[in-house]
Design a protein around this ligand. Structure first.
Ligand code: ATP
Ligand code: MG
Length: 307
């Protein structure tokens, strides 16, 4: 697969503060990547370096094989940053036209308008008069104005209402299906879990986990098969099922903790154990995230292969 972004031993030092500490990774064409991590972990700094807006103190970043700032890259990337400043004196329509004019093959005006989700009367407003959420929607449209190959979003959905959020992620997924590479940060872990195909987790300037959401969850949180308890099932017998690590009875249900929920289910059916109201539980991303950021880097090196 074609590599579109490559980070090679990147460090960013702000005076005494090491914002990003010797990270290396590559991102391939068509990936949909979430960068997660606590406040101050180095996410925005890393995005800004990928965009060429700040230079690393050490290490090398390439974007499509060139320096991020190379003029060939200008048309290929779109970004929606954490801090937005609107061009004050222009109306929404004028700002969109202005941004389109920067690019050789801009996205259609109507399409961008529809992405903003703004009503007719709002389009004539000055951009700085829009509400917070409306401004986010406009910056989303502006990020796409050049119909870019790689799109960066830093906490894009902050301040968006439920419907704006849904439209935002639907558009992102459509763009990704067309082969665009998308990299975003968010503190809404559920969004990352729902949308991202890969999660890169930052903590204190380092990458502490990297992988598909399901793998990260599976490796760090317990899964279980549970069913309604009844008098005929022996807990000792359940404990003999392969891959069952622990049997717990709680609130009228029996929980079989396991890393292999499918195999445990198969065995339950093979043994014709009469169980009712079966439920499969996989750990949530926020549980995995908690564990990782609490324990710090050393734990992860050995437990997640992808790093
Ligand atoms: N221009 C700057 N000058 C000095 N320090 C900076 C600068 N930009 C970032 N930092 C510091 O670098 C560290 C990483 O900041 P960064 O903005 O990358 O974090 P983040 O992961 O994006 O956090 P958040 O979730 O709050 O957005 C922080 O400690 C921050 O104070
Ligand atoms: Mg940030």
């Amino acid at each position: 697969m074609e590599i579109v972004i490559s980070l090679n031993q990147i460090t960013k030092q702000f005076k005494k503060q090491t914002a990003v500490n010797n990270i290396s990774t590559v991102i391939h064409k068509g990936e949909l990547v979430a960068i997660l991590g606590p406040n101050g972990a180095g996410k925005s700094t890393t995005l800004l370096m990928m965009l060429g807006l700040i230079e690393p103190t050490n290490g090398e970043i390439t974007l499509m094989g060139d320096h991020p700032k190379h003029k060939r890259n200008r048309e290929r990337i779109g970004a929606m940053l954490q801090e937005v400043s609107m061009i004050d004196a222009l109306t929404v329509m004028e700002v969109i036209q202005l941004f389109r004019s920067y690019y050789p093959q801009p996205m259609a005006f109507e399409q961008l308008i529809s992405i903003t989700g703004l009503q007719e009367e709002d389009l004539k407003k000055r951009a700085d008069k829009l509400s917070g959420g409306q401004k986010r929607r406009l910056s989303f449209a502006l990020a796409l104005a050049g119909d870019p190959e790689i799109i960066f979003f830093d906490e894009p959905t902050v301040g968006m209402d439920t419907s704006a959020r849904r439209n935002f992620w639907r558009t992102v997924e459509e763009m990704n299906k067309k082969g665009k590479t998308v990299i975003f940060t968010t503190h809404y872990l559920q969004e990352a879990d729902d949308v991202a195909k890969r999660i890169i987790l930052f903590n204190q300037g380092k990458i502490i986990a990297d992988g598909a959401p399901i793998d990260i969850k599976r490796k760090l949180t317990a899964s279980s098969v549970s069913f309604a308890a009844n008098d005929f099932i022996s807990l000792e017998m359940l404990a003999t099922i392969a891959y069952v690590m622990k049997v717990v009875e709680k609130d009228g249900r029996v929980f079989l903790e396991t890393d292999h929920t499918d195999e445990v289910l198969e065995e339950i059916f093979a043994r014709k154990i009469k169980v009712k109201d079966i439920n499969i539980h996989h750990g949530r991303l926020d549980e995995a995230f908690e564990q990782l950021t609490r324990r710090g880097g050393e734990f992860v090196e050995s437990s997640l292969d992808a790093v």
